[in-house]
Design a protein around this ligand. Structure first.
Ligand SMILES: NC(=O)C1=CN([C@@H]2O[C@H](COP(=O)(O)OP(=O)(O)OC[C@H]3O[C@@H](n4cnc5c(N)ncnc54)[C@H](OP(=O)(O)O)[C@@H]3O)[C@@H](O)[C@H]2O)C=CC1
Ligand SMILES: O=C1CO[C@H](CO)[C@@H](O)[C@@H]1O
Length: 304
């Protein structure tokens, strides 16, 4: 039996494992094996999105593990996200149902609004670009949120939340919505540790899940701030003190800050490495040293 990760309680009483497997850029042909391996290692939380175009393969891995008796569906925590082209009230329920069909699952554990901004719909439902930039659409996320609430009310998703929302946007949903978001998934790593937003969210019962927790070394654009945390000598020093790898230290740091990291990997050894972070603890001095890396180093910029 694999050792499992601890869980933390969301404001609606549902428990979420404090580490998840990311699946963005996990290509068809490799993501199924990665998810299956992660479940064997002990991951019970998988972060997905319609936008990643691999829900069917992720679902195939999950269903296989359930059919083989390795895990029960109710022990898993599967997240997906509403993409911007479906970010309008009349498309949400259908988009959520499509994700469920892709996975071959009856319900999601968490359905997130991927971003506060809606996108214009092009041919075949894709995003459109205007002069090389993504074309945003003028839909108020509060309107979309009402339909996201229906996903929860109708049992398509056990919990609902948001992603890439700033504090003002989050407060609007909390003040206006009937069902409060339980999670805000945002970029969060040693270069952008999001302490202020995490405290703001915690005050309101919203858990931060930390995307790009290793600062997304394979993202399709250049790093604005180098060295990457994974190659930073200050991280290496903490790692050496604990006999750990830089990735383990960076993930452990985010957990000790009260966030839930969702590192992506399709490598069997790195999937295992990233999960082995529950048998050591960073000291206050280690955390202070890692706090020193914060440089407002945002990688995903949303000027809109
Ligand atoms: N809500 C949102 O808007 C967003 C959500 N996300 C979510 O967050 C997840 C994680 O973020 P992501 O941007 O993928 O970046 P991560 O910070 O998780 O980095 C992933 C990259 O690091 C490599 N890697 C993984 N583990 C290690 C390790 N131990 N040592 C060295 N390299 C390692 C991976 O390569 P390899 O696979 O070869 O191991 C991959 O290239 C996404 O997959 C997605 O699920 C991400 C961006 C935006
Ligand atoms: O989840 C995501 C993965 O990366 C994309 C950038 O190409 C983001 O837009 C998106 O939010």
């Amino acid at each position: 039996m694999a050792t499992l990760a601890p869980t933390t309680r969301l404001s609606n009483g549902v428990h979420i494992p404090v580490i998840g497997l990311g699946t963005w850029q996990a290509a068809p042909g490799e993501v199924q094996r990665a998810v299956a391996h992660a479940i064997d290692v002990g991951y019970r939380h998988i972060d997905c999105a319609a936008y990643y175009r691999n829900e069917a393969e992720v679902g195939a891995a999950i269903r296989r593990k359930v059919d083989d008796g390795v895990v029960r569906r109710e022990e898993l925590f599967v997240t997906s996200k509403l993409w911007g082209t479906d970010h309008r009230p009349d498309r949400v329920l259908a988009a959520c149902a499509t994700s469920l069909r892709n996975f071959g699952l009856d319900y999601l554990d968490l359905y997130l609004v991927h971003s506060p901004m809606a996108l214009k719909v092009g041919q075949e439902g894709s995003d459109v670009e205007v002069e090389g930039a993504t074309a945003f659409d003028d839909v108020d996320f509060l309107e979309t949120w009402r339909s996201v609430e229906l996903c929860a009310e109708r049992g398509l998703a056990r919990s609902v939340g948001v992603s890439n929302f700033n504090s003002r946007q989050l407060d609007r949903v909390l003040e206006d919505g009937a069902v409060p978001p339980v999670v805000n998934q945002v970029e969060c790593h040693a270069h952008l540790n999001q302490k202020r937003l995490t405290a703001f969210c915690a005050d309101r019962g919203v858990l931060v899940t930390a995307y790009s927790p290793l600062a997304s070394p394979a993202r399709p654009w250049a790093a604005p701030a180098d060295p990457l945390p994974l190659r930073d000598p200050r991280v290496a020093a903490v790692a050496a003190r604990h006999g750990r790898t830089p990735a383990q230290v960076l993930l452990r740091y985010l957990i000790q800050l009260g966030t839930v990291p969702i590192p992506k990997s399709v490598s069997a050894s790195r999937i295992r490495e990233n999960f082995r972070i529950f048998d050591f603890q960073l000291s206050a001095a280690d955390v202070a040293a890692l706090d020193g890396l914060d440089c407002d180093g945002r990688l995903f910029v949303f000027p809109e």
